[in-house]
Every structure is written in structure tokens, then in C-alpha cells.
Design a binder for this molecule. Structure first.
Ligand code: FES
Ligand SMILES: [Fe+2]
Length: 362
């Protein structure tokens, strides 16, 4: 791949040149007004299934209730006094109150703020304080279940459009429970686009030059393994101490769990919390952790440089993603990277595939 013609001053990079750092932080989560409808951008397609992050573990304290909005649905999460996080559809089965606003935790159950019906984590009503009898249908779990697990300092929930049970497990990264690694350094965005388009970016090798201004893109080894996808890049990094080997291992465990391990000169783990809110909105939080004792000042500098570079690239990609359409039948040329292979991998996470999408993926 030629690196000529595009340096750091690519068109999108220059859009940020005038922005103060605080302004950029605000820009990352600001609304993009006057967007065309999801249908017009061809984003009105089913959501993929998988495990997705809902909250940081630290955001849901014992006995706390939080309203959530993901996958175009209102949800409620709470943490019982047994320490377990639970999630339900937000609207009460009685008269439809949103239980995320004013709901209260009682033991491990959730009391609706309107008439205090008491729910367990499967949506079974255990108590109606003013009634002698609980109607039969309320003694059964809700049809829509939200399995929840906690791992990597995050609360994960399983989403499946037809409500099917989890098909794989959340991958656990040992660094996240190692006290020698730092608390997460968190960066946040709202991306007004499709989750699939965002994920595809990692294999879209040609855009690195034009959007990110990177002169060359090191070749990576890609492993496609069922629900998992791994790419490994081994490259050299020029440092004041000479050229040093680095390794970047990026992992996808379904559409909702991605993580990147950066190692060699310095260690950094990026755990990405990327969850659809609506058909055209994705909540993104990049959580970085590093060893508290990075080997030396050079390693510190390289690790900080990695974080800075990842965030810079996300800012640039966001400009594209916020306005991008989803094209089920893209026209691909040589040099584009394994985009069609990626689509084939990704298509396994949709239950409601149209013939066009299968054609595009095969
Ligand atoms: S609406 Fe929830 S208890 Fe009445
Ligand atoms: Fe990118």
C-alpha cells in the first residue's frame, strides 16, 4: 500500500484542528441534528444478538436502580442486596409505570414506584401490598428475559431479537481483576450509525490512510473462529530508544464484546463497551487499563500515546459513521481488505437475514 500523498493533514483531521480539548469531549457525545431517518440510511435492519455492556459495575451500587435505554427499548437495572445485578423491561406489567424512575430495591427484588408491585429478576411478581391474591399470569416469568453477568468491571446483558438464551459466554480478561492494573481510564462517544459499520472499520484497511493519515497499514493475521474473530499485528515502533517490537491483538467475541491488547514496549488493555441505543445510535465507552507500574518512562509514554491514538482515530471515524449508510451489497475492490469475509462472519449474528444480506456476505 502506498503511503504517499496523505500525512497527518487528512481532511477529517483538519476538522478537529481548531477544537479545544474540552470542546472535543463535548463534541463526542453531542447530538448530530437533522439526521435522515434510519430507514433512509438503510439502518432499519434487525439488531445482531450477543452479550453487550450495559453499565460499568461501579455505576450500579448495592440497592441502586438505574433506567437504561438500549436496542430501542426502555430497561431497568438494579443491584440486589446479594450483590447481583438484574435487568427487566422497564415498564411495569400492571399499569405501565417506568420502574427505572422511582423504583426501589427491596432485598433482591424491585418495587414499582406506582403501586409497589414487587418483581424478581425474571419478572415474577412476588407481592402486591394491597391485594389478597396475585393474578396467575404474574407468577410466571416475563416472556422477555435479560440474562446478566458481571465481568471485566462491567455489567453485561444478553440481547437476542427473539429472546433466545445465551449461546456463548462473555470472555473474561484477567487484567481487569488484577489489583496491579489501573482503574479504567474512560472515553465516551455517541455514534449515530450502525454497529456493523463500526465493527467493519477494523478490517477496512484502505481507510486508515485517508481517514487516519497513517502512512502504511501493517499486515495482520486474522483468525475467524466461530463467534470469535482475532487479528494480530506484529510491528515495529520507532522510539527514542530505537525501533522496538510491538504486538496488537484485537478480539471480537460476538458483536458486543471487543477488546484490544497492546503489548511489547508497553502494556495496555482496551475493553470496549459498545452497545446500540437505537437503530441509528450506539453508545461507546472505551475503557483502558494499564499496569500501575509500567516498566519505565518510555513504556508510560508509549502507553499514553496508544490511548491518544485510539481516541483520535475514533473521533475521525465518527465523522464518517454519523452519516454513513448501510449498503447490503457494497462494491469492493482489491486492496479493500477482508470486508466481505468480515460480513460473512458478522451475518451469523442476525436471525432475520434477507436474501440481499446473505448474498452480500457470501
Ligand atoms: S404500574 Fe407498577 S405497580 Fe402499578
Ligand atoms: Fe478507523
Amino acid at each position: 500500500m502506498s503511503g504517499s500523498g496523505y500525512g497527518a493533514d487528512v481532511a477529517i483531521a483538519s476538522a478537529f484542528a481548531e477544537m479545544a480539548p474540552e470542546e472535543r469531549v463535548r463534541w463526542r457525545v453531542a447530538d448530530v441534528p437533522n439526521r435522515p431517518s434510519p430507514a433512509e440510511r438503510n439502518l432499519d435492519i434487525p439488531f445482531p444478538f450477543g452479550w453487550f455492556p450495559a453499565l460499568l459495575s461501579s455505576e450500579l451500587k448495592l440497592g441502586q436502580v438505574k433506567p437504561l435505554r438500549y436496542f430501542g427499548r426502555d430497561l431497568v437495572a438494579w443491584r440486589g442486596h446479594d450483590g447481583m445485578a438484574r435487568m427487566l423491561d422497564a415498564h411495569c406489567r400492571h399499569l405501565g409505570a417506568h420502574m427505572g424512575y422511582g423504583g426501589r430495591v427491596s432485598g433482591n427484588h424491585l418495587d414499582c414506584p406506582f403501586h409497589a408491585w414487587r418483581y424478581d429478576g425474571e419478572g415474577v411478581v412476588h407481592e402486591i401490598p394491597y391485594a389478597e391474591q396475585i393474578p396467575q399470569s404474574l407468577r410466571k416469568p416475563c416472556e422477555r428475559q435479560w440474562p446478566v453477568v458481571e465481568a471485566n468491571r462491567l455489567i453485561w446483558f444478553w440481547f437476542h431479537p427473539l429472546g433466545e438464551a445465551p449461546m456463548w459466554e462473555v470472555e473474561v480478561f484477567p487484567e481487569t481483576s488484577d489489583p496491579r492494573w489501573t482503574d479504567y481510564d474512560i472515553f465516551e462517544w455517541r455514534v449515530f450509525g450502525s454497529l456493523q459499520n463500526m465493527a467493519e472499520n477494523a478490517v477496512d484497511v484502505a481507510h486508515f490512510q485517508f481517514v487516519h493519515g497513517t502512512a502504511t497499514f501493517p499486515t495482520s493475521e486474522m483468525i475467524w473462529d466461530g463467534f470469535r474473530r482475532t487479528s494480530i499485528i506484529e510491528a515495529g515502533l520507532d522510539t527514542p530508544g530505537g525501533r522496538k517490537p510491538i504486538r496488537i491483538e484485537a478480539r471480537m467475541n460476538g458483536p458486543g464484546q471487543t477488546a484490544t491488547r497492546f503489548s511489547g514496549v508497553a502494556e495496555t488493555l482496551l475493553v470496549a463497551a459498545v452497545t446500540p441505543v437505537e437503530k441509528d445510535e450506539v453508545r461507546v465507552r472505551f475503557c483502558f487499563t494499564q499496569p500501575k507500574e509500567q516498566a519505565d518512562p518510555l513504556a508510560q509514554m508509549v502507553a499514553q500515546g496508544f490511548i491518544h491514538e485510539v481516541c483520535r482515530q475514533l473521533d475521525q471515524d465518527k465523522v464518517i459513521w454519523d452519516r454513513q449508510r448501510y449498503l447490503p451489497r457494497p462494491i469492493i475492490c482489491d486492496g479493500d481488505g477482508p470486508i466481505l469475509r468480515f460480513r460473512k462472519y458478522y451475518s451469523q449474528f442476525y436471525v432475520d437475514e434477507t436474501p440481499e444480506r446473505h448474498a452480500a456476505a457470501s
